[in-house]
Design a protein around this ligand. Sequence first.
Ligand code: AMP
Ligand code: MG
Length: 335
Amino acid sequence: MIIISIIVAVAFWQTRGDRDSLRHITLTTEPEGIMGTSCQLVVVTRPVDEELAVEALTAAERVLRGIELEVSSWLEGSQISLFNEASAGEDVALSDLSHTILSHAREAWRETGGAFDVTIRPLILLWRGSADSQILPTTGEVTRAREASSWDLIDLRTGWISKRADGAQVDLGGIAKGYAIDRAVEAMQAAGVEGGLVDVGGDLRVFGQPPDGRSWHVQIRDPAGSGVLSDLSIASGSVCTSGDYTRFNEISGVRYSHIIDPRTGQPVVDAVSVTVVATSALDADIWATTLSVLGPDGIGSLPGSVEAMMIMQTGTSRERVTSSSFDTYLDRITP
Ligand code: AMP
Ligand code: MG
């Protein structure tokens, strides 16, 4: 059963015109245990539509939990886990949802020249194992895991997936959240609320009427501490951030990113925080991970409407690199 607790019902404000019909309320929930991270759902609507707002929050939460159940590689029994555990040649059934996300992932692999690659799970497992044993992988181990990480070893068909080598596995950690956020936003919109936000672990998408009546404000965490790096202001769309400051492997006192460069099999270095603004959370999520791999050179490959800010750190020197129109999102009101 889904339990909704309305923990905030604030932000009444007045816009022009008739007092009662133009007031809005903001309802927020913070459902726990979604995709192993924090989650915040917000809807903005007229007071007479409060029931609708609760429905919208319930629907969005249900969507997020449903997607996680099917595609998380952390959950035993998810379709992705069943595939990961399968032997070569074994057909594993896929729902439309899993098939759609995997198809987007394969498309992103082509579009990014292989930098975004969900088949790198053998490498992910290798580096995770190294963090457990505190012994760096050998060159031979990295080479073998790279060879097992390939779309060539995966046969994806409507309704089914199979592998050509026992070791092939996928990890949708760099794309599933974005996909799920988009579907949750659609569920809110279908419920008929006037505005909303879906935030899963700091990756988010907003639409429509913002709580303050002007625009949605998004704060980007400073990778070097607990402060704020940038304040963004957006009317609608998604903001996703990839970085090595929340999740990483530590081996002999050195931090290694959880993002792997598929070209080398090594964890990425230098890109400590990459923030992407795009219309869909799917694109923002994919490109935040991709730019972490490609570095500033990747900015030239961004699709037209996608903007990015990268914080590059080499030793103690830090550089902020942005795409041409990223700074139009900087919030000029908040200092
Ligand atoms: P994100 O936080 O969206 O950048 O996603 C990071 C997660 O994506 C990692 O924890 C891995 O599960 C997965 N991942 C790591 N490297 C890659 C890569 N090169 N392409 C696609 N997914 C990746
Ligand atoms: Mg991502």
